[in-house]
Design a protein around this ligand. Sequence first.
Ligand SMILES: [Zn+2]
Length: 201
Amino acid sequence: MPFENIVGNDKIKDLLTETINSGKILHSYMFIGIEGIGKKMIATEFAKMILCNAKNQSKPCLICKSCIEFLNNNNPDFIEINPDGNSIKIDQIREMQNKILEKPIISDKKVYIINDSEKMTKEAQNSLLKTLEEPPNFVVIILITSNENLILNTIKSRCTKLNFSKLSKEQITNILNENISVNLLNASEGSIRKTTSNKKK
Ligand SMILES: [Zn+2]
């Protein structure tokens, strides 16, 4: 099973697995949902599957060069962009664009993940738009966001949007593998991150 270690959002995991099996991987995705429900974990696993060199498998083989380098956090075809301070700046997007035309090194694709993508400045978003309009055919871009309202409609319309669900109380209890009070679960609104940070209070 792909995504076997990730709890929740089964429909999305099924859809992404189907995408890999059919080979119909699209150029740009937007993963939308509150923080702490596994968006980034699922995106990272999806990236590993896209880049795996053993084709026709519904999960990463974990033994090809791409998978091994991925597990070592060293796969040059996997690029993550994170906020620099409070925002993702236009220079970061320009740096990405300077290299985006370079062919993949290990795989036949390159995957970019933009974390907290609502933190892109307006200039950064406008600049990214040009790439989303004409991405190189070997590039897949995954934008992750907990607040799509801060993202330009022109960007959203270029992405395949996947809406992630909150985790159920049972799922959170399973992941943390301990008894958690109902009050705490209620206060945490389906987010693992909130549950763990509320627990410390
Ligand atoms: Zn592999």
